[in-house]
Design a protein around this ligand. Structure first.
Ligand code: ADP
Ligand code: GN1
Ligand code: MG
Length: 388
């Protein structure tokens, strides 16, 4: 099923002694050619630091760049539903942004690339599920926040994103991953994995296990308020990790929210919290030296200012205060997910070294501890944003 153009491209590479930068990516040339790319493919290389999907950067001889992504089907069980969500969300966002002045749609919004048969995905012979986006060039996807200005700008972008989705019809959304931010359910999964201890690691991580067990009562702080109708369900991104927003390389302004796989109904506190977890810190998510990992209060404050400023006018006092709880719970939950995966034998998050998930869990718990130690100060900061 190879297209002549691909066979030709490979032949050219071989005749000229020119190979794509990674020879192992040659099979992807065939695959990539099912998408409507402009020009012939020159290179295909892995890009980004995502923990879930396989992400490749494709360049063509027409000077174009594309993202080619293999969805992780052990996590996204219904990939067609994910794509339907993304198509619907993107078309809603596009309609909204088109009405605004000075918007560069191809840089500020992900653009899906379709296949020759008109689909926004391609399923290969082995059953792997692929999709493509225009590559948004000249941007930075930060793993560590460089300064308060960039962080405030990212906060504003995530806040605006949520606001733009406030009139999106949530009833048409498929549930991407059930109970994704249901912290009590995550705690149950942790307990079950601990009990089964499938790879015999529990005895070596007693301190981390005790850290979680001591916080059992915190786990349902948000879900209780949701169930009681005190906090409203909104349409949220649910994976607002700092590297899931692209920042313009020149202006250093946040440009585009990416990684839309987990858009579902959720709490504002989830989106606020996950970006605090991943951004308001002095160390990398997987920093093994915990003396380098500290919660940074000034970053917290600038993020709160940017996020609430963009989204918060219609937030009541309960919802504003829930954001702080979101910061703590999303950090606790993420650490718990990393520890659960460590106990389970590393089946969910991609790892690149031994005890990688354990190192990640430890940084999250360090941040939770720091937040608890400064709780009164953080409460005072967030209270400043309540509009009476
Ligand atoms: P994952 O779910 O594995 O995190 P992402 O969709 O977040 O996958 O992609 C992984 C990384 O690839 C991102 O963090 C970002 O650095 C890069 N990336 C993804 N899409 C684009 C794009 N359209 N333009 C530029 N970079 C991108
Ligand atoms: C994953 O896909 P990525 O790398 O942006 C995970 C998030 C975690 C994060 C921790 C679908 O995000 O929930 O918070 O890793 N995404 C999914 O770094 O599970
Ligand atoms: Mg990502």
């Amino acid at each position: 099923e190879d297209k002549p153009v691909v066979v030709e491209a490979i032949k050219n590479f071989q005749e000229q002694g020119l190979y794509p930068e990674n020879i192992w990516t040659l099979p992807y040339l065939t695959l990539a050619n099912h998408f409507k790319f402009e020009g012939d493919i020159l290179t295909v290389n892995p890009t980004g630091n995502g923990h879930i999907n396989d992400t490749l950067l494709v360049t063509t001889d027409a000077g174009k760049k594309y993202i080619l992504q293999r969805l992780n089907q052990s996590i996204f069980k219904e990939p067609k539903n994910i794509m339907e969500n993304i198509e619907n969300v993107l078309s809603h966002l596009k309609a909204k942004l088109e009405g605004m002045p000075n918007v560069d749609l191809e840089r500020e919004l992900l653009t899906l690339v379709y296949t020759d048969s008109g689909d926004c995905y391609y399923i290969d012979k082995t059953g792997d599920f692929w999709r493509s986006y225009l590559y948004i060039d000249h941007t930075i996807s930060y793993d560590i926040v460089p300064n308060t200005e960039v962080y405030r700008s990212c906060a504003k972008k995530f806040g605006e994103f949520q606001k733009l989705l406030s009139d999106f019809d949530a009833s048409i959304l498929h549930e991407a991953i059930p109970n994704f931010h249901n912290t009590p359910v995550r705690f149950e999964t942790f307990l079950k994995t601990l009990e089964a201890d499938p790879v015999g690691r529990a005895a070596s991580v007693k301190e981390e296990i005790d850290f979680l067990l001591a916080r059992k009562e915190d786990m349902h702080a948000l879900t209780d308020k949701l169930e009681a109708g005190i906090l409203p369900l909104r349409v949220t991104h649910n994976d607002t990790k700092i590297n899931n927003v692209l920042v313009d390389a020149d202006s250093k302004e946040a440009l585009c929210v990416i990684d839309l796989d987990t858009i579902m109904p959720g709490l504002a506190a989830y989106d606020f919290g996950d970006c605090i977890r991943s951004g308001a810190t002095s160390g990398a998510e997987d920093e093994p030296d915990l003396t380098k990992v500290n919660f940074v209060t000034e970053l917290f404050e600038s993020f709160a200012e940017g996020f609430i400023g963009a989204v918060g006018q219609n937030f009541d006092e309960e919802e504003i205060m829930s954001l702080l709880m979101g910061a703590k719970l999303m950090t606790l939950e993420c650490g718990m997910r990393f520890l659960t995966d460590h106990l389970d034998g590393d089946n969910y998050f991609k790892i690149h070294r031994e005890n990688h998930n354990l190192d990640r869990a430890r940084t999250q718990f360090k941040l939770v501890q720091d937040m608890e130690n400064q709780w009164d100060e953080l409460t005072a900061i967030i209270k400043k944003f309540i509009v009476k």
